[in-house]
Structures are given as structure tokens and as C-alpha cells.
Design a protein around this ligand. Structure first.
Ligand code: PLP
Length: 405
């Protein structure tokens, strides 16, 4: 048989959250080794159950969800998203500006496919949720990484962002609250980004899937609400806030000034039609999920599981010689810094593999999030407290003697 290779389009595209480190963990599992996996932000397997009302809604709607829906989604779901946006103050959003998707993931790839010609540049944060970088590359664009500054609570470095803008830059991607850092951006930073988008006429893509998972009494500000005169695409979904990552429920909202983007929106409409529609049964739960009471709230207050686990892991990591971490304000990730000189670390993936082999715990290296230096890794702090305690103990033990060869 002829030799078949992957397409050139996949050249340079990577998604390391489920990449080589996971493959190694799976290989070990096949050999009968039990692995503690702290690599994906998937709440349900860690005992975070979806709210009953959501599950009931889903079951009740099986019969009425047998057919395709409008390609942008069913009326009740889009109406509920429209209302959610209105309450938050999004400018210029009607039901026609709302598209449901099979998770935010599908919409990220869709909106980049519709945007990029070969060589078009898109500003993406470093570190990022790596699907953004991968989707820009897959679409033929060039991801250009702007730095988020660990010394300033992991906020985007606006000077660096400005310096990276060229005549080929089309858009800025913002991930707020952020994966992998857990940062929540204040108004001044968001306004600074909008100012750059104004000055250089750029589209803003804002991934806000963690907007309902904010702690410490802080408030999430959707960047769209600060940019009535810009075209902003905001992405959100239920995977995290309602612990239904497996149901694949996401949406995308177009807001602000749409004068210059008629053609792009036509492209989005076509891409949306080509996949016919997102899972109709999953769309049925959006109205209930967004209506009123948010069942994630109690997890995020003192005494709640996410809050307490954040407190624990933040303190425990900072207590280990050679590690330091900024306190996450939202989501359920922490992105600690390793004193790489002290441990002679030149390859962060190797560091994670060495830890996996020695202690059977799976982390993801900073490079997996397009962080350029070999001095970070990400922990998902969803596992129950005992597992987090075990992880912190093993990290302490490991780093007491570790030297990379
Ligand atoms: N965006 C960010 C920032 C994420 O962290 C994730 C999942 O981890 C996604 C998007 C994908 O979410 P979904 O399950 O809606 O595809």
C-alpha cells in the first residue's frame, strides 16, 4: 500500500494537553500502573457532578431533539444566551449574533478557519490554552505570542503586545479568566487591549469559558462590554461551570461594530451551516443552565471544594523549595514556576516525564501551553484533597534530589 502521511496543514500544529506526556501515561496504564492524572480540566471524573436540573432537562428533551436544528442553534438556547449577554452589558447583540457549538473547541477552530489567510498573524497569549495556537496554525495563520507577565499577576504585557503587532496582524486572542494561569484581568488591562485593537484595527476574540468560576468576591468583566466600537467575538460554554464537558455545549457571540466584518460573518455562517448544527439535545440545557441560580457559586466560596483546593495547592506549592506560584483567582488551574537553574532543567517535558515515571502523577509542562522557557508546569486542582496532598508531597520529595541529566 502507498505511504500515507498527515497533511502539510498539520505541520507545526500541536496540542500537548493530550499529547506525548499523556501517551506515555496511557502506555504505563496499559502495563497496569495506576496514574493520577492532573492534566485536563474535566470536572466530572473528579466528583463534580452536573446539577440535577440540567440532567433532568436533558432526559426530558430526548424526544424533541431527534432532528437537526437551525445551524446556529435552537431558539430557547440562543434567546437565553442573548439575555445573558444583555444582563452583562454586551453591546449590539441580537439572537442572530449567537452560534451554538459542540463545545467552545469547535467554535475556536471555526472562527480561525474563517479568518486566516496564509501568513495572517493572530496575537495569542503565552502561556495559552493551546487550542488557540493550534487553530491559528491549522487555518494557515501565524500565531504570534504576547507575554503574560508572572510578576504582574499573569496579566497580558501590553507593551509586548504592542511590539508584536505588524501590518499582518488581524486579531488579538484574550483568554480571561485564563487557563493555565487562573488569572482574572482587571478593567485597565482590558481597556488597554481594546485601545490597541482600536489603534491597529484588530478583531478581538475573547475566550471566557471560566467567567462563572471566579473567586474572592471578584467580578469578571467581559471585554466586549468595553468595546462597543470594535468587533468582538466572545466564546463561552457549560463544560466547566456546569461540569458537563462531555455534553459538548458552547457558544459564540458577535458584538459591537459589525460594519467592516460583513464578509467574515458570511464565512462564519457558511462554516456553521457546513456542520449542520451543534448537538441539539445538549443545546436544550442552556436555558436552564443560564437561568438565575448558578450552582457553581458554592464551590467557589470559603468551604467550597474549588476554593479550599485552591487554597491548599497554592500554599503547598509555595512551601516547596524551588517552586513558586501566583495565586489563581478563577478557574481551577495553577501554573507554578520551577527554579530551573537549581534543578538544571533545560527540557520541561522531560521534567514532567521524569516525575510521571517516578511518582505516577501526570502534569503538563509549560511548553504545552506555548510558554517558551522550560520553567513551568500546570496542575489541575480538581482532584480531591487527598490526591492534591499526595501530589504536593511527591513533588517535594522529587525536587529534594532532582537534577535533570
Ligand atoms: N477554552 C479554554 C480556555 C479551555 O480551558 C477549554 C477547555 O479546557 C476550552 C476552551 C474548551 O472547552 P469546551 O469543552 O467548551 O470545548
Amino acid at each position: 500500500m502507498k505511504h500515507f502521511e498527515k497533511s502539510n496543514k498539520l505541520e507545526g500544529v500541536s496540542y500537548d494537553v493530550r499529547g506525548p506526556v499523556l501517551e506515555e501515561a496511557e502506555r504505563m496504564q496499559e502495563e497496569g500502573v495506576s496514574i493520577l492524572k492532573l492534566n485536563t480540566g474535566n470536572p466530572a471524573p473528579f466528583g463534580f457532578e452536573a446539577p440535577d436540573e440540567i440532567v433532568r432537562d436533558l432526559i426530558m428533551n430526548v424526544r424533541s431533539s431527534e432532528g437537526y436544528s437551525d445551524s446556529k442553534g435552537i431558539f430557547s438556547a440562543r434567546k437565553a444566551i442573548e439575555q445573558y449577554c444583555q444582563l452583562k452589558g454586551f453591546p449590539n447583540v441580537t439572537i442572530n449574533d449567537i452560534y451554538t457549538g459542540n463545545g467552545v473547541s469547535e467554535l475556536i477552530t471555526m472562527c480561525m478557519q474563517g479568518l486566516c489567510n496564509d501568513g495572517d498573524e493572530v496575537l495569542v497569549p503565552s502561556p495559552d490554552y493551546p487550542l488557540w495556537t493550534a487553530s491559528v496554525s491549522l487555518a494557515g495563520g501565524k500565531p504570534v505570542h504576547y507575554i503574560c507577565d508572572e510578576e504582574s499577576e499573569w496579566y497580558p504585557d501590553l507593551t509586548d503586545m504592542r511590539a508584536k503587532i505588524t501590518s499582518k496582524t488581524k486579531a488579538i486572542v484574550v483568554i480571561n479568566p485564563n487557563n493555565p494561569t487562573g488569572a482574572l484581568y482587571p478593567k485597565e488591562i482590558l481597556e488597554g487591549i481594546v485601545e490597541l485593537a482600536r489603534e491597529f484595527d484588530l478583531i478581538i476574540f475573547s475566550d471566557e469559558i471560566y467567567d462563572r468560576l471566579v473567586m474572592d468576591g471578584l467580578t469578571h468583566i467581559p471585554i466586549a462590554t468595553l468595546a462597543p466600537d470594535r468587533f468582538v467575538v466572545t466564546l463561552n460554554g457549560l463544560s466547566k461551570s456546569h461540569r458537563v464537558a462531555g455534553f459538548r455545549v458552547g457558544w459564540m457571540v458577535l458584538s459591537g461594530d459589525k460594519k467592516g466584518v460583513k464578509d467574515y460573518i458570511e464565512g462564519l455562517n457558511m462554516l456553521s451551516s457546513m456542520r449542520l448544527c451543534s448537538n441539539v439535545l445538549s443545546q436544550q440545557i442552556i436555558q436552564t443552565a443560564l437561568g438565575g441560580y448558578q450552582s457553581s457559586d458554592e464551590l467557589l466560596l470559603p468551604g467550597g471544594r474549588i476554593y479550599e483546593q485552591r487554597e491548599y495547592i497554592y500554599n503547598a506549592l509555595n512551601d516547596i523549595p524551588g517552586l513558586s506560584a501566583v495565586k489563581p483567582k478563577a478557574a481551577f488551574y495553577i501554573f507554578p514556576k520551577i527554579d530551573s537553574k537549581r534543578f538544571n532543567i533545560t527540557n520541561d517535558e522531560q521534567f514532567v516525564l521524569d516525575f510521571l515515571h517516578e511518582h505516577k502523577i501526570l502534569l503538563v509542562h509549560g511548553g504545552g501551553f506555548n510558554w517558551q522557557k522550560p520553567d513551568h508546569f500546570r496542575i489541575v486542582y480538581l482532584p480531591k484533597m487527598d490526591d492534591l496532598k499526595f501530589t504536593a508531597e511527591k513533588l517535594r520529595e522529587f525536587l529534594a534530589t532532582y537534577q535533570q541529566k
